[in-house]
Ligand binder design. Structure first.
Ligand code: FES
Length: 622
């Protein structure tokens, strides 16, 4: 059966495979934050022609159904199909925000005196070809030439030797040999083939981000991202650990994430004319569970007391170990982990923030799927994870999305009329709302008197703007071609839960190390907020501590930033290892005090308003 997308592309479909999977196989990614369970309602598409069977869904209105809108994950073709993909269902690949942030990162890396020292070093050799009088083996000839330039005791794995004869002759004996620590040969190629490329990879529980990097000058060639397809097994790490452990799903989960990476990789390499077999190295950052699953290691003991990962410091393993489609022997460096729930993504984040080099005390908050916090300075670092949930990445929020083009990233609400004004990433029509937009919207609704302190709508405040929707009361933030983008009361409940977990984590961690809030000199915020987070509003909501606003620094996705730095520099890799060794993990999940703190933080901004003096003042004025 043929599946034709009205923009022109045609794919092979089958009655046994839902349209979400068929499109994904064809490199077309739809928003699918529930992983294809039919519960998020984000994988909408319109069937223009053809027969199909689909499961009824509460996520679609009768108007949607009448106009041929279906959920791709619940729809199977029964004939050739022609379909339309609405803009809001597309995942934006090639993120403009990422590109601009990375150029800043590279500039600061260079200005701090950083020099390029990737995982693979290269040596160039002009060798004499064999003759009848000089017919030693190719390997011996290569060794002799390496010895002559001081590159001794090189180890040659079978993969390099197996292709050596052809490689040397194709290069007319004028070669460059890439090698990694050991030293161990990685690949041999002609000197004429220039251009070195590597990958920085962030494997998040919800999303995967991949950078293709030019290792000649350290610049970013392109960036792309997708949802982590493991979501179809479960939204959170615990469900995936259970699946891996009880259903023997380690290999399956590994294959899923590697497939996601390979699909992203193929499209990037094709777009930029990069040969996959010449991508020489990669750095992977992920939380401890994601890292274990990427390497096919059983994660079972991560969730069992006393919470032990199999590995925190990973050896350099070659790409072929996991089936990543780059050079077979390309070394993959894994960002070191700290504990079961504090992984390489946080080590990468601390590295990118630079807090480990400062004498003053900093607070680092990574607001992703889990919500991790780190406090410390160049002498010491303590960390904790606080189970905030993935709502700021768009999961579990009716029109939630990641901070990419089309996302409402800022919201202001007129306090008398409740009319919203929004700013959209890319300045086009809005297609959803991202984390920073959610924080703005909740805070503005609260300050405008349309939400009570528990996050319930006060309908009398604006009966026209707050309306009864499919999932209870909702507020229309924007609209696009007749489609309203709303924030529901259920969304607000999820947002308040996430912010309460974060604030409770910060509060309890500081108490554990005996520090008062005002001892913090800087607060670094990381997470999927795109380029913008209104700190003022995040404080009013009670997510961030009430500290002077100039202490806050917003850093974006620091997991990929740290991975990128480690791809470029041996010095950064050594720093990352030092950070991981130095960091002490505090288990909050087993603490009864954490639950008390969490319950107190579920209000706007908090049950104890004395913790938020500036918000108290503001509310008094209003
Ligand atoms: S409803 Fe289809 S992916 Fe969530």
């Amino acid at each position: 059966m043929q599946i034709t997308i009205s923009s022109g592309k045609t794919l092979d479909g089958s009655g046994e495979e839902n349209l979400l999977r068929t499109l994904k196989k064809g490199g077309i990614y739809l928003a699918s934050s529930c992983g294809g369970k039919g519960t998020c309602g984000k994988c909408r598409l319109k069937i223009v022609e053809g027969r199909y069977r689909t499961a009824p869904s509460g996520k679609l209105s009768s108007k949607d159904t009448a106009s041929g809108i279906v959920l791709a994950c619940q729809t199977f073709p029964e004939s050739d199909i022609v379909l339309d993909i609405p803009k809001e269902s597309h995942i934006v690949v090639g993120d403009v925000l990422e590109m601009s942030r990375v150029s800043d990162l590279l500039a600061s890396f260079r200005s701090s005196g950083g020099s390029l020292s990737p995982l693979v070093e290269w040596v160039r050799l002009r060798m004499d070809p064999p003759t009848i009088d000089d017919n030693i083996s190719d390997l011996e000839r290569l060794r002799k030439n390496l010895d002559a330039v001081g590159c001794e005791n090189m180890r040659f794995p079978h993969g390099v030797i197996a292709s050596l004869a052809d490689s040397l002759r194709e290069a007319s004996w004028h070669i460059q040999l890439g090698y990694t620590e050991g030293p161990e040969a990685v690949m041999v190629k002609p000197v004429s083939r220039c251009g070195k490329a590597g990958l920085a990879i962030d494997i998040g529980t919800t999303t995967i981000v991949l950078y293709l990097v030019n290792l000649d000058d350290g610049s970013l060639v392109d960036a792309c991202s997708t949802y982590n397809s493991q979501i179809r097994i479960g939204d959170d790490v615990i469900t995936r650990i259970v699946y891996a452990t009880e259903s023997g799903g380690v290999a399956e989960l590994q294959e899923i994430v590697v497939n996601d990476l390979n699909t992203l990789l193929l499209s990037l390499a094709e777009k930029h004319g990069v040969r996959l077999d010449e991508i020489e190295s990669a750095v992977v950052a992920g939380n401890t569970t994601m890292t274990h699953l990427f390497w096919g290691l059983p994660p079972g003991y991560i969730r069992e007391e006393p919470y032990t990962p199999t590995v925190n410091f990973f050896p350099l393993w070659p790409a072929k170990t996991v089936g990543l489609k780059i050079a077979d022997l390309a070394p993959i460096y894994t960002m070191p982990c700290v504990a079961s729930y504090v992984g390489g993504d946080i080590v990468a984040g601390v590295l990118a923030s630079g807090m480990h080099r400062r004498s003053g005390i900093s607070l680092f908050m990574d607001i992703g799927t889990n919500g991790e916090i780190v406090v410390g300075n160049r002498e010491w670092l303590v960390t904790a994870a606080c189970s905030a949930g993935p709502c700021f990445e768009g999961s579990g929020i009716r029109h939630g999305m990641r901070a990419t083009e089309g996302a409402i990233e800022a919201v202001a609400i007129d306090h008398s009329t409740l009319a919203p004004a929004v700013r959209v990433i890319g300045n086009g029509p809005p297609i959803g709302i991202c984390g920073s937009g959610m924080i703005d919207a909740v805070t503005e609704l609260f300050l405008a008197g349309a939400l009570d302190r528990k996050g319930n709508f006060i309908i009398e405040r604006a009966p026209g703007r707050i309306r009864e929707g499919d999932e209870g009361l909702e507020f229309v933030i924007g609209s696009n071609g007749g489609r309203d983008i709303v924030l529901t009361e259920v969304d607000i409940e999820n947002i308040l839960r996430a912010k309460a977990a974060l604030f409770a984590g910060v509060s309890l961690l500081l108490k554990k190390v005996g520090l008062a809030l005002d001892s913090i000199e800087r607060v670094y915020i990381a997470g999927g907020f795109g380029n913008y987070l209104n700190v003022e509003k995040a404080i009013v909501m009670g997510m961030l501590p009430d500290l002077p606003r100039d202490k806050f620094r917003f850093l974006g996705n620091t997991a990929i930033a740290g991975a990128y730095l480690c791809l470029l520099s041996a010095e950064k890799r050594a720093e990352a290892e030092e950070i991981a060794r130095k960091m002490t993990n505090v288990e909050l999940s087993v603490s009864k005090r954490f639950m008390d703190e969490y319950l107190s933080a579920l209000f706007l901004p908090h049950t104890d308003t004395s913790l938020f003096p500036s918000v108290e003042n503001l509310l008094e004025k209003i």
